[in-house]
Design a protein around this ligand. Sequence first.
Ligand code: NAP
Length: 287
Amino acid sequence: MIKYGFLGLGIMGNAMAANLIGADLDVTVWNRTKAKCMPLVEQGASLGASPGEVTTQCDITFAMVSDPAAATSLFFDTGGVLDGMGPGKAYIDVSTVDPATSQRIAEAVKAKGGRFLEAPVTGSKKPAEDGTLVFLCSGDESLFQDASPALAIMGKKSFFFNQTGQGAQMKLVVNMIMGTMMTAFGEGLALGDKTGLTATDILDVLAQGPIDNPMFRLKGPQMAQNNFATAFPLRHMQKDMRLALQMADEYGQPLFTAGAANNLYIKERLAGGADEDFSAVLKAIIR
Ligand code: NAP
């Protein structure tokens, strides 16, 4: 039986690991804040002592942490994943990071004789709970095949792109579009409100037209009630906008609307909304 490790049990990692455990797989969990491991241990997971130890004990170890700094620290720090890496070991980082971070980790895994896959996800808290995420993978194709049963438990679809870094690039392109859509949506709700239109009417009209989409349908009614319960933390959305803008700079592609949207996320992050849902960017628009 394949032994799976799961490192990073935040909003996404907790739900993803729970689905692996619920499918009766052999799962060992670790999280920087140990208390978050306990509910999963009660559901049947083993408790890992460190990321390195989990990697040593498991065949395939997943990681789902905040950002490039967290992914780098988890992997390279003393007691980190690199310490447990070797032939026969496999590491799948599903965090959203920049392509350079992913490539650095990929090279270090390869140098120790292991296999690496980057597999950032689209889909938020609910799809993570429902096992309907979409994985954007690149790296070792044999690992993609070997991990497919686990990916199919956590997600509804997995893509494989040929070059390492392309999973991260795809994820940043998609989230840059999503972040910019959210600020345009927020500005529409704010302008409509000023003119005396109700949010309910605006949402009803949007739902019938060519720009109807699941994000407006899910977030719109919540935003209209000033409900910013966190599914995707605003600080992570701003991180993704920043990484997309950095990537655009490297490739010589101006991003006018994404640049403006990023400033709104920065504004709301600094105003205290970092841990609220990214839809709380509406507050920066109306403030
Ligand atoms: P989260 O709830 O903030 O969880 C972050 C996780 O990273 C926690 O387990 C945290 O540990 C860990 N962490 C942070 N810094 C660390 C470090 N230096 N060393 C070790 N662990 C560290 O975030 P999330 O929403 O689950 O998102 C995780 C990743 O998925 C992010 O890259 C995000 O952009 C991406 N993502 C999120 C969503 C979403 O809707 N939420 C959707 C798609 C992709 P502690 O518990 O100790 O703080």
